[in-house]
Design a protein around this ligand. Structure first.
Ligand SMILES: C[C@H](O)[C@H](O)[C@H]1CNC2=NC(N)=NC(=O)C2=N1
Length: 113
């Protein structure tokens, strides 16, 4: 269980700062299976999870969806036969907040069981 996943998410606020370059470098090391993507100028965390069939991909999707609802912070989830691509970013600040790293770590917990 990643220590980051145990941290508290703070409430999403439009004036919250994005992570600094230094924070990004430190935090991404704690979730080594995730990539940093930039889309339309918005920095995001993304990981593709592979499953043997659609049913297990869907079950994982449900678990991630529930953790998002519990946290009040939501990812993009692309569920297909055999895989789920999970993308985290903070819409309000159009970038990455510490919350996104915490929830990416919690997403890994959903995969690792
Ligand atoms: C009103 C509601 O709490 C907010 O819109 C939340 C919902 N979930 C969210 N999820 C993400 N990823 N970013 C947000 O800014 C966000 N805002």
């Amino acid at each position: 269980m990643n220590a980051l996943s145990q941290e508290h998410c703070e409430a999403c606020r439009a004036d919250a700062p994005q992570v600094s370059d230094e924070e990004l470098a430190a935090l991404i090391r704690e979730i080594p299976d995730w990539a940093v993507e930039v889309r339309d100028g918005v920095m995001q965390l993304e990981r593709r999870f592979v499953f043997p069939d659609f049913a297990q991909a869907l079950d994982f999707t449900q678990r991630v969806g529930q953790l998002a609802e519990d946290a009040g912070h939501h990812p993009r989830l692309v569920t297909e036969w055999g895989s789920v691509v999970v993308t985290w970013w903070s819409h309000k600040i159009r970038g990455l907040h510490r919350n996104d790293f915490i929830l990416a770590a919690r997403t890994d917990n959903c995969f690792n069981g």
